[in-house]
Design a protein. Structure first.
Length: 492
């Protein structure tokens, strides 16, 4: 076959669509499920407040990002299943990732943020920013279906009381407050609020999938890719090896798995070009192992390096009784506090959709964190390890404190200590935004061509060196649009 794409997230979906439009047949291999069939409750996706068999990737106990509430642990036993959210545990960090056709777009908040141009230039200096902001960011935003909440509706919607309280506190402390675009269908959300459409964001759906309203890749890039008739997808198929084939191209070894995660068949596929789009962690793990075990010996020494957590750190604040944040909270965040220039933190005002009044404000901050980790092969355990240290979150906590210490002082409020354990303020054990591991212009050339093995490409979040200053998927999509255009015109 001409082109094989490993993974069906943002990078993979862009590659598949543009290759197919150029007349190239594409096969996509995805380890997760298709997520196109309702369960026994008639719904495809489980609700955030009641995780079930569909919710976690091959775990026997849930691993909820907010592990505790009012002192009570929230996790519970679930049957082992190829569920939608992977809480992948490395030594110093848990990396949350979407599993299934659509990758992270199945589980994420849909916050679709284009970074400030000066910040982008600092992240990827080898990329022509004028081209990105003139052509590829607009193309990505259009392809993803990005739009911003109607500001008039925001002012009155009960489900955004929490965001208005977040704004009031930010502004009283002098911080810039910005609306954040999203891929959620805002007209649909208005109908949810009016009671004329089945509730999804207003029913708390997000972390384990949205049954309505959110435009995941299934509704955008992948739908268009399939409509070309040139793209096929194999769900529940996991790539385990890529090696040069005798006679040219690459042999890709693929394990078919069942919904318990057991291998039921092993297949060999051959492709002229192979696109690594397994996500920052998936792509890095494959490349590091294939280099170390001799399948792709000519990959360079940059493979596995430059990994970061996008500076993710979470916290909650306890408000006074007169600052109720609302029983009904839309699960789709719509606003943020931008203190990047002064304090190195961009904090999204996040929902806490528990169904009860919590008087809590909750935030996911993206911060400027200088630490970068490396993936390496451990031959003894047969695993790829990541050397991130939990203590490396301290610069992120310090950056977040530039916002929340000031707000707490101004409002006379305190941090919540019951959301991530007992008497624990900071959610510093996780990231939603893994980035890097096969960095552009280091492990690859300036368009994602892997050095050492012509015909192999990286086209996902692994290209980005650890931080984007905002939520990453628009940048991943725009960079993929840029790179695939070049690859199609010069390599095919
Ligand atoms: C809970 C959560 C909330 C988030 N919220 C936001 C947000 O609001 N805004 C934002 O910009 N970003 C958000 N993100 C991050 C965003 O989803 C990711 O940055 C993005 O999905 C990464 O895109 P990607 O193309 O690099 O890879 P992914 O989207 O991760 O896709 C990789 C795919 O490859 C598959 N795969 C991996 N290994 C293999 C293999 N060996 N064989 C076959 N298939 C494989 C995976 O199952 C997956 O489907 C969030 C993430 C999470 C987890």
């Amino acid at each position: 076959m001409p082109a094989l794409v490993i993974g069906t997230g943002y990078g993979g979906s862009v590659a598949a669509l543009r290759l197919a439009e150029a007349g190239v047949d594409v096969h996509m291999v995805e380890m997760g499920m298709a997520w196109d069939t309702p369960g026994s409750d008639g719904k495809i996706f489980a609700n955030t407040t009641s995780p079930d068999v569909r919710s976690y990737w091959l775990r026997t106990r849930t691993k909820q990002p907010l592990s505790n509430f009012l002192g009570f642990p929230l996790d519970k036993d679930v049957p082992r299943h190829t569920g939608i959210l992977d809480a992948e545990e490395f030594g110093g960090i848990i990396v949350y990732q979407g599993r299934g056709v659509g990758g992270g777009s199945l589980v994420n908040g849909g916050m679709a943020v284009t970074p400030r141009r000066e910040n982008f230039a600092a992240v990827l200096p080898s990329v022509d920013a004028a081209e990105m902001y003139g052509t590829y960011y607009p193309r990505a935003n259009a392809g993803l279906g990005v739009s911003t909440i109607d500001p008039a509706w925001f002012e009155t919607a009960e489900c955004y009381r929490y965001a208005r309280v977040g704004r009031k506190h930010a502004q009283r402390s002098g911080f810039p407050f910005v609306f954040v675009p999203d891929v959620y269908d805002w007209d649909y959300m208005k109908r949810e609020a009016a009671g004329t459409a089945t509730k999804s964001a207003l029913a708390g759906e997000i972390l384990y999938g949205n049954n309505h309203g959110k435009k995941s890749l299934q509704q955008t890039y992948l739908a268009r890719a399939k409509a070309t008739g040139r793209v096929t997808i194999s769900p529940l198929h996991k790539v385990t090896s890529v090696a040069p084939a005798t006679g040219g191209g690459y042999t890709v070894t693929v394990e078919q798995i069942n919904t318990s995660g057991d291998t039921t068949a092993t297949k060999a596929m051959t492709a002229d070009k192979v696109f690594f789009a397994a996500g920052s962690v998936g792509t890095s793990k494959l490349l590091v192992r294939l280099k170390a075990t001799g399948a792709l010996p000519r990959l360079n020494g940059e493979v596995g390096k430059g990994w970061g957590d996008n500076g993710n750190v979470m916290c909650g604040r306890a408000n006074h009784m007169w600052d109720a944040t609302g029983k009904l909270q839309s699960s789709i965040p719509t606003a943020g506090i931008d203190n990047w220039a002064a304090g190195g933190a961009f904090a999204e005002v996040a929902p806490l959709p528990t169904g009860i009044e919590t008087y809590a404000s909750f935030y996911l901050s993206i911060t400027r964190n200088p630490h970068r980790a490396q993936f390496s092969w451990n031959a003894a355990t047969g695993r790829v390890e990541l050397n991130w240290q939990t203590a490396w979150k301290q610069p992120s906590i310090d950056a977040a404190k530039t916002i929340f210490d000031k707000i707490n002082a101004k409002e006379g409020t305190i941090y919540r200590t019951d959301l991530f354990g007992t008497y624990k303020i900071w959610g510093d054990h996780l990231t939603y935004h893994p980035l890097g591991g096969a960095v552009l212009d280091k492990a690859t050339d300036n368009y994602g061509r892997l050095y050492g093995h012509p015909g192999l490409y990286v086209i996902d979040g692994a290209l980005i060196p650890g931080n984007t200053s905002v939520n990453p998927f628009v940048t991943i999509t725009a960079l993929a649009e840029r790179n695939i255009e070049k690859i199609i015109t010069t390599d095919l």
